[in-house]
Design a protein around this ligand. Structure first.
Ligand code: DX5
Ligand code: ZN
Length: 224
């Protein structure tokens, strides 16, 4: 079980007019990955970033770009985000009729392959592909918006996936996304999360608060 989760601030809560400096500020504040929420106006209602934004961000950080595709169909988008400089590409199981092929395709492109589960989706759907992915993303809100409330009934799913990953000794990272804040982070960590994605809780208060915000998400951290 993780003692020190890796933290992935979500640019969805950043100042969109200053994405380069926001990314640099989060790296300086101790972030481990930069989470990029791609919304297509179809799988989820909002529209956010395309591959051109990922390409523009790439020179601003050495951290891995953790691209979360809320896009349907997902497979058609994978190649463009890989070419743009994503390091990790996560697709939704609900948006992938050919999940096995999509995950293999991401790996063929030289990227780490992640698979995300909506709150209403069972972890059982991942059983056949757990061995060919690098990350599982458990959504603890229904995707589409930042600043929503953490769904505590998803904690069981985090724990179930932790058990399955450990039982098979798989090199799969377990990430949790949605409503993560200093109160809910311990629930995700205790259930076995390796990575915490945080939007509102990471970016609140502006750049001078980022280090304190991130420390507040770590075990024993403070929100000062
Ligand atoms: C939701 C996104 C999340 C979101 C998290 O659709 O996938 O990454 O930005 O934001 P908070 O932490 O504010 O819930
Ligand atoms: Zn996300």
């Amino acid at each position: 079980m993780s003692q020190r989760p890796r933290l992935a601030p979500s640019l969805l809560a950043a100042d969109f007019a200053s994405l380069g400096s926001e990314t640099r500020a989060m790296e300086a504040a101790g972030a481990d990955l930069i989470h990029v929420d791609v919304m297509d106006g179809h799988f989820v209602p909002e529209l956010t970033f395309g591959p051109a934004v990922v390409r523009a961000l790439r020179p601003h950080t050495r951290l891995p770009l953790d691209v979360h595709l809320m896009v349907e169909p997902a497979e058609a988008a994978v190649e463009a985000f890989a070419a743009a400089g994503a390091d990790l590409i996560t697709v939704h199981v609900e948006a992938c009729p050919h999940l096995d092929r999509t995950l293999r395709r991401i790996r063929e492109l030289g990227k780490k392959a992640g698979v995300a589960l909506n709150p209403g989706t069972s972890e059982n759907l991942l059983e056949p592909t757990l061995g060919i992915c690098d990350l599982v993303l458990v959504m603890t809100v229904n995707p589409g918006y930042g600043g929503q409330t953490f769904l505590t009934d998803q904690v069981r799913k985090i724990g179930a996936l932790r058990e399955r990953i450990d039982a098979r000794s798989l090199p799969v990272e377990l990430s949790v996304d949605g409503g993560v804040n200093p109160d809910t982070a311990p629930l995700a960590i205790d259930a076995g999360a390796d990575i915490l994605v945080a939007g509102a809780a990471a970016f609140r208060g502006g750049p001078e608060r980022y280090r304190g915000n991130l420390d507040g998400l770590r075990p024993g951290g403070s929100t000062a």
